[in-house]
Write a protein that binds this ligand. Structure first.
Ligand SMILES: Cc1cc2nc3c(=O)[nH]c(=O)nc-3n(C[C@H](O)[C@H](O)[C@H](O)COP(=O)(O)O)c2cc1C
Length: 217
């Protein structure tokens, strides 16, 4: 089914074009049918023991978006205050979220208890549960990109605050706030590169033969 030149090219192109979005949201709200298609892609992700340990909480109430944005602004300030002077100057102009402008927040939660006690594939490495939930995010991100939407992953929050905010009770954890909405465009270059915070590294530095070679951070 996917074995055509067009399908291959399209997949690599969407992977290349995907961006983390903060400033390019149009302010329009994502269409409901499109949102469900994108959530369908997220829900089709692979998961350990087929547990599908994710849930998606869609937050759209403008007051609640503003409340969460306020909390994030506090966390951003705390991070800025923790930086040495030079890094702080680089960080200052960087926008770290588009919570209100995107119009839709999707909080992805992870439930380690889904699937019971004997999860096929998680008996030696517990983290594979959370890895599975993260894969749903990547599927969502790529599907949103082909739908002309932007996604911005926000992690400047206190986990207990967000758990309370969406009513996630232990052992369920919120693992991401995703800003999702129509965009004017996607940047060609990641924001953190454009603003001089950190550039990406070449593929050749990330690929190793036989054993891991330690290289510069
Ligand atoms: C787990 C995770 C958390 C992130 N948290 C934030 C965040 O809080 N704020 C932000 O602006 N970007 C956040 N990002 C986006 C990264 O900064 C971005 O992915 C990276 O700079 C590469 O840019 P690109 O996604 O446009 O290729 C996060 C990304 C990931 C995967």
């Amino acid at each position: 089914m996917t074995d055509t030149i067009d399908a291959r090219a399209a997949l690599y192109e969407v992977i290349r074009a995907r961006r983390d979005v903060r400033a390019e949201f149009t302010g329009e709200r994502v269409d409901e049918q499109v949102l469900w298609r994108v959530l369908g892609a997220a829900h089709a992700a692979p998961s350990v023991g087929n547990t599908q340990p994710w849930d998606f909480v869609v937050v759209r109430d403008p007051q609640r978006l503003a409340e969460f944005a306020d909390h994030v602004a506090g966390c951003r300030r705390a991070f800025a205050d923790s930086l040495p002077e030079e890094r702080r100057r680089t960080f200052d102009p960087i926008k770290v979220e588009g919570i209100v402008e995107s119009g839709t927040g999707i909080v992805v939660t992870y439930d380690p208890s889904r699937g019971g006690r004997n999860i096929l594939g998680r008996h030696t490495i517990d983290d594979v549960g959370v890895f599975s939930a993260v894969l749903s995010i990547q599927n969502l991100w790529l599907a949103a990109t082909v739908e002309g939407l932007g996604v911005g992953w926000v992690s400047f929050y206190d986990e207990a605050f967000l758990a309370d905010f969406v009513g996630a009770r232990p052992p369920v954890r919120p693992i991401a706030w995703l800003c999702v909405g129509p965009v004017t465009r996607l940047q060609e270059v990641p924001d953190l590169e454009r603003f001089g915070w950190r550039t990406g590294r070449p593929l050749a530095d990330a690929v190793h033969a036989e054993t891991l070679q330690v290289r510069d951070a």
